[in-house]
Design a protein around this ligand. Structure first.
Ligand SMILES: NC(=O)c1ccc[n+]([C@@H]2O[C@H](COP(=O)([O-])OP(=O)(O)OC[C@H]3O[C@@H](n4cnc5c(N)ncnc54)[C@H](OP(=O)(O)O)[C@@H]3O)[C@@H](O)[C@H]2O)c1
Length: 306
């Protein structure tokens, strides 16, 4: 009999890719809050994760073997100004999900972020580096990680910047993530409509396409891994250079992209300048990341086939 996997955040960028990839190996269940992908192959339920009785009812009825939390409020700025809400979703709900997973004997897989680090290190962060969040989003994500890791069979997977192309049925729908469009999708939409964009050129990331992030999560689950893993290709690139590369590969007008510094944008720096993650630990489990070129060619296919 196939194992049951339950994905919270089915309509999110990562959640939707996870559901599609998991369908061959698992019986897939999941929840959405505002954005329903209406997958025919997933038994889904509408669920606000801050509603404890609803959460308890849905998970107890399904009794999943694996529970993946792909939900979150993924806007650093929004979390800074809506701290109670960020705390409710990233800490209180995670504690509740974790307790339910424990009581059902399910493995809990939680997704996290480079924002648990201060961004001041001059090399990619490894899983052994000490977290030191400098914004409220990072504080809540770290608190969530600590709750999940109390059970030694659970798994936390951190990413740096995520990009990807949302399924057609999901784009333009409101989402409780407070960030309905990811960086890649936002950039492509601007370039296609001929708008000039200013992109940060003094901050380094290890961007990962959501498809590869989802594939890495399922690889870790399949190999029964636990603890903290970084999922980020071995790339160190600024958002500006990434954007130029994306424009070239997708055949879009790179002349519309202007470099800008955090200071010039008047941005209140709530993250450091190095958001790169070291991924040697996951590579040692046999996982191979797509190269940046392969990822951008995959993105190109997705953009122009919708
Ligand atoms: N985006 C990034 O650049 C990035 C970078 C590093 C790590 N991560 C981590 O990766 C994970 C997935 O990110 P993503 O970008 O794929 O997510 P996303 O596309 O922003 O989607 C977030 C999901 O969270 C759900 N959600 C938010 N509040 C909810 C609530 N109260 N009840 C139920 N569901 C709720 C949303 O549901 P509805 O849409 O149905 O409302 C949505 O499906 C997150 O944990 C994030 O911290 C993201």
């Amino acid at each position: 009999m196939r194992k049951k996997i339950f994905i919270i955040g089915l309509g999110g960028l990562t959640g939707s890719k996870l559901a599609i990839m998991a369908q061959n190996d698992y019986e897939v269940f999941g929840s959405y809050n505002l954005r329903n992908p209406e997958f025919t192959f997933v038994k889904s339920v509408k669920l606000d994760i801050s509603n404890v009785p609803e959460l308890q009812k849905a998970l107890s009825e399904i009794h999943p073997d694996i529970l993946i939390n792909a939900s979150g409020i993924n806007s650093v700025d929004y979390c800074e100004s809506h701290q109670d809400e960020a705390r409710r979703i990233h800490i209180d709900a995670v504690k509740c999900i974790s307790e339910i997973a424990d009581s059902l004997g399910a493995k809990f897989v939680h997704l996290s972020s480079d924002s648990v680090f201060d961004g001041m290190k001059d090399a990619p962060y490894t899983e052994k580096d000490r977290p030191n969040p400098i914004n409220f989003y990072g504080h809540t994500k770290l608190a969530g990680e600590k709750i999940v890791l109390k059970n030694s069979k659970n798994l936390v997977v951190r990413a740096s910047v995520l990009y990807g192309w949302l399924l057609k049925q999901l784009s333009n729908l409101p989402s409780s993530s407070m960030k309905p469009s990811n960086f890649g999708q936002w950039l492509i939409t601007k370039l296609i409509s001929g708008e000039k964009v200013k992109i940060i050129a003094d901050e380094y990331d290890s961007p990962i396409i959501a498809d590869d992030f989802a594939r890495s999560i399922l690889h870790l689950v399949k190999n029964n891994q636990a603890g903290v893993f970084h999922s980020a290709p071995p790339i160190r690139i600024t958002r500006y250079d990434f954007s130029i590369k994306l424009a070239h590969i997708l055949g879009l007008n790179s002349g519309l992209i202007q470099p800008v510094s955090n200071k010039e944008l008047g941005r209140i720096i709530t993250t450091g300048f190095n958001k790169c993650l070291d991924s040697n630990k996951i590579k040692r489990t046999g996982f191979k990341f797509l190269s940046l070129e392969e990822s951008l060619n995959l993105l190109k296919k997705q953009v122009f086939s919708t």
